[in-house]
Structures are given as structure tokens and as C-alpha cells.
Ligand binder design. Structure first.
Ligand code: FES
Length: 61
């Protein structure tokens, strides 16, 4: 099954499927199991992952 990436309205990118998120040096970033939510608003304190900060800043997209 292919990996899918779907923007959540006014929120993060939801990544479904097996994938690995790497830091700028190419090292895997541990994440929670299950779907991955990547910040696209810039407000997350846990980038590249979403921490819900998009709600705090009223992100619209
Ligand atoms: S998209 Fe959720 S904190 Fe940025």
C-alpha cells in the first residue's frame, strides 16, 4: 500500500503508511506509532511534528 499524505483543513499534513521521518543529518526521528502528523503552520514546538499549535494561532489553509 502506498504512503499517502493528506492536508487536514486548517491543520497538519496527515501521513498514512509506513515511512520514516529524518532530521537534517539523515537520522531517524522517533515518533509515536500510527499515523504521522507534520506541521505546516510553523507554530509547532515539536517540529516537524504537529503539536496542536495551529489551533492556538488560528491557522487557516
Ligand atoms: S500544523 Fe499543527 S502545529 Fe502546525
Amino acid at each position: 500500500m502506498p504512503v499517502t499524505v493528506k492536508p487536514i483543513p486548517d491543520g497538519p499534513l496527515m501521513v498514512k503508511g509506513e515511512c520514516e521521518v529524518l532530521d537534517p543529518q539523515g537520522n531517524p526521528i522517533p515518533d509515536k506509532s500510527g499515523d504521522i502528523f507534520l506541521c505546516r503552520c510553523g507554530a509547532s514546538a515539536t517540529k516537524p511534528f504537529c503539536d496542536g499549535g495551529h489551533k492556538r494561532i488560528g491557522f487557516k489553509s
